[in-house]
Design a protein around this ligand. Structure first.
Ligand code: AMP
Length: 280
């Protein structure tokens, strides 16, 4: 595996692979890699001839007061994890390499980014879509892999790719969880022992909502079920609990049917998100 820091090195390595007729997979990450990330990489290594992983803590997707400075960084650990899986190229650029001083273009997906996390993290999705668009332009992959853990992000990226005619297949991958149901996240390492013990309550509450949804409950009823269940764990301070349409992300309200039940909640100083999908 090669570790490179410049766009030109990526372009050259990918062009050489293309010249040999190889298909290219891209897995964009913020690093501090865990089994969730690794599942995306394994999928890319299985599907594609050459897998590129990017590790870049993208400042433009962090808001003021968010954890940009504390965000865990471990390039050495990330590199060994990537190598063990069979990743071909690890792209770890600096902020200066990624953004010109006078960068003035933003890729912004409207509507889909207004609700859920978008309502509480202004500018976040513009940061995500801009950097993902740049990474897709740098790597020009056949496929790019994203986790359902960040469900809104996945839907927003699919929309960007469709709307801008970016020639890439976006592959969504299932959420990887701890045995107790907690979705893996680089931010889980912020949790104290007590908070870690409380953390599975978020997924458990969503599961209760999913059961109600399968029995025909409306979006609003599902949200109430989840809120009541999560209230059993007083350490959690919910930010939002919403049952939305899986593609439009519009709240279901008084309707029942296929839905994604998504929630964000603070546990101490850590903001956790999770979601479950209920098929029709
Ligand atoms: P991040 O480094 O948090 O930006 O995540 C990079 C990619 O890994 C995103 O597409 C995430 O959705 C995905 N991801 C993060 N956590 C998980 C998880 N527990 N299961 C599956 N995918 C995940």
């Amino acid at each position: 595996m090669r570790i490179v820091g410049t766009k030109q090195q990526v372009r050259d390595a990918v062009a050489a692979g293309r010249g040999e007729g190889k298909t290219i997979g891209l897995v964009p990450t913020l690093g501090a890699l865990h089994e969730g990330h690794l599942s995306l990489m394994r999928r890319s290594v299985a599907d594609c001839d050459l897998t590129v992983v990017s590790v870049f803590v993208n400042p433009t997707q962090f808001g003021p007061g968010e954890d940009l400075d504390e965000y865990p960084r471990d390039l050495e650990g990330d590199a060994s994890a990537c190598e063990a899986i069979g990743v071909d190229l690890l792209f770890a650029p600096t902020v200066e390499e990624m953004y010109a001083d006078d960068a003035s273009t933003v890729v912004s997906v409207s509507e889909l980014t207004e609700g859920l996390c978008g309502a509480y993290r202004p500018g976040h999705f513009d940061g995500v879509t801009t950097v993902v668009c740049k990474l897709l332009n740098i790597v020009l992959p056949d496929r790019a892999y994203f986790g359902e853990k960040d469900y809104q992000q996945l839907v927003v990226i699919r929309r960007m790719v469709r709307d801008l005619d970016i020639p890439v297949e976006v592959v969504g991958c299932p959420t990887v969880r701890e045995d107790d149901g907690l979705a893996l996240s680089s931010r889980n390492r912020y949790l104290s022992e007590e908070e870690r013990a409380a953390a599975p309550a978020l997924h458990q509450a969503l599961q209760r909502g999913a059961e109600a949804a399968r029995e025909g409950a409306t979006g609003r009823e599902v949200e109430r079920v989840v809120a009541r269940a999560l209230a059993q764990e007083p350490l959690f301070r919910p930010q939002y609990i919403q049952a939305v349409h899986p593609e439009t992300l519009k709240p279901l309200g008084d309707e029942a049917g296929p839905m994604v039940i998504a929630a964000a909640a603070h546990l101490g100083g850590t903001r956790l998100i999770d979601n479950v999908r209920v098929e029709g």
